[in-house]
Ligand binder design. Structure first.
Ligand SMILES: Nc1nc2c(ncn2[C@@H]2O[C@H](COP(=O)(O)OP(=O)(O)OP(=O)(O)O)[C@@H](O)[C@H]2O)c(=O)[nH]1
Ligand SMILES: [Mg+2]
Length: 226
């Protein structure tokens, strides 16, 4: 975990073949899982409807991500909550799945959660066995990400919060922290989920955070008498 947690540890696999993914404008690599891989760590990207979860998994995955996008049709009027996300015509109905190789024997598996309230029952299952989570927030609809934070706190899953900017920021990060009632130790960063480097730095933030928490827990245990 130590080496994986250091900055710059996330890198594309050697010998990956580049291939353009239709529509995204981001090069995606076709990278078979290495034989040397011994361990997979699970990370979940969660947050309200349309905050950019699928976009983040797509931008950062080294494989063509599995996604379960479905077109929102008239049948969903009154059920699909499209307020504040004009122009969005598909939605995740199960989860997104992507992968990043950290080093020769360690990979991160990325799961993007479905954002609509009617799929929230899937979240607790998705959190099971996870190393940690990224909560994406759109500051035009901060309240849409409250439930994600509540669930993660309840399940005691470590998380970081990333403000996905859909335009120039209108609030300071301190104001966002306030609106989300985030405790000071939870990292809060800016990102643009469409860009690989930006999404990657959010994941590095999460891995570093998990590393800090586990080191502190280990020290506390080691210092305990008996
Ligand atoms: N301007 C801008 N648009 C973004 C950004 N991130 C995502 N988008 C767009 O916002 C829309 C919603 O993104 P998705 O990735 O589908 O959102 P989601 O959170 O997966 O949505 P659900 O799964 O339906 O909850 C897409 O059209 C993206 O292209 C961003 O950082 N900036
Ligand atoms: Mg999605």
């Amino acid at each position: 975990m130590d080496s994986a947690a250091s900055r710059g540890a996330i890198r594309p696999p050697a010998g990956a073949v580049g291939a353009a993914r239709p529509g995204a404008g981001v090069p995606v690599t076709v990278a078979p899982l290495r034989d040397s891989v011994r361990e997979g760590l699970k990370i979940v990207v969660v947050g309200g409807f349309g905050v950019g979860k699928t976009t983040m998994v797509r931008s950062v995955s080294e494989i063509r991500p599995l996604s379960t996008e479905e077109v929102m049709t008239e049948a969903g009027v009154g059920i699909d909550d499209t307020v504040g996300v004009r122009g969005k015509n598909t939605t995740t109905v199960a989860f997104d799945f992507g992968r990043i190789s950290l080093n020769d024997d360690l990979v991160l598996y990325l799961f993007g959660a479905p954002g609509q309230e009617r799929f929230w029952f899937l979240w607790d299952r998705l959190f099971s066995g996870t190393l940690g989570a990224v909560v994406l927030v759109d500051t035009r609809r901060v309240q849409d990400s409250w439930y994600a934070i509540d669930r993660l706190e309840h399940q005691q899953v470590p998380f970081v919060v990333a403000r996905n900017n859909f335009g120039p920021p209108t609030h300071s990060l301190a104001q966002v922290r306030d609106a989300l009632s985030l405790s000071p130790e939870v990292p809060l960063v800016d990102c643009d989920a469409r860009h690989r480097e930006s999404s990657k730095s959010v994941l590095i933030e999460l891995v570093n955070h998990v590393h800090t928490l586990s080191t502190a827990a280990y020290r506390a245990m080691a210092g305990r008498p008996g």
